[in-house]
Design a binder for this molecule. Sequence first.
Ligand code: MBD
Ligand code: FE
Length: 300
Amino acid sequence: SGPIIELGYMGLSVSNADAWKNFAGKIMGLEISDEGEGDRFYLRMDEWHHRFVVHVDGQDDLAYMGWRVAGRQELDQAARLLEANGVEVTFGSPEEAAERRVLGLLKLQDPGGNPTEIFYGPQVDAHRPFHPGRPMHGRFVTGAQGMGHSILRQSDDDAAYAFYEMLGFRGDVEYHLPLPNGMTAKPIFMHCNERDHSVAFGMGPMPKRINHFMFEYTDLRDFGRTHDLIRKEGTDVALALGMHSNDRALTFYCANPSGWLWEPSWNGRPSSDLQEYYVSDILGHDNEAEGYGMDLRLKS
Ligand code: MBD
Ligand code: FE
């Protein structure tokens, strides 16, 4: 295993702040934390100061991924590891660390060009209990599993695999799936903790850096309420309610106000180092809205 312990935070660039506050808070149940900075607001999922920084600067895409290491020694170790493998790394300035609410960070790019930060020491607001944006029976699964997972754009899946493996992630191709053009998609799923996967790729060309973000409710009632609310709003759903074969989670994929997908989920199983692959999901996940990069057939 390597220095990375969790997907700790993400930066999003959005154009419509009000739509995002409604979607993230009133529909998904995340806590909106606006400190009046004007160009950004925050989304909380737990006691951390934030899990998302939402930058209102109009790109409607991922701004950066934030991968956590335990402490300063592990940050230095990660920097040496990356440099030894020919990856250009810069240490964030004290001002940049303060802006991210962390004790220290590295800035780099993954092989797909996705802005990537490796950090230690997040600001945890233990004095400020998590307060969901809509009433919730339970909470979000975070802790040792991190905030969730994302599928990211890569131009070279082998290079992406080598990069994340170098940082200590494990995983491989976990599905062989038919594509609309007759080819076979072989997406790769990688984990760095008990979350089944924290990063995935291998979905072919993508218009944005990110295809989707998955997060998990502890309570089926909250997951179900989110599904009810999305259906009531008539929001685009790319994959209907279903259960994945790899993480066994009940999920669906809906469009967020930036036009990429969110994957609310419930009841995922922990990651395993015993590699398997699947040719179909277990239940549902029928294709609905097209054009969100999820037009492959997950269930045979
Ligand atoms: C996932 O979380 C996912 O997004 C896909 C495409 C397949 C299995 C699990
Ligand atoms: Fe997913």
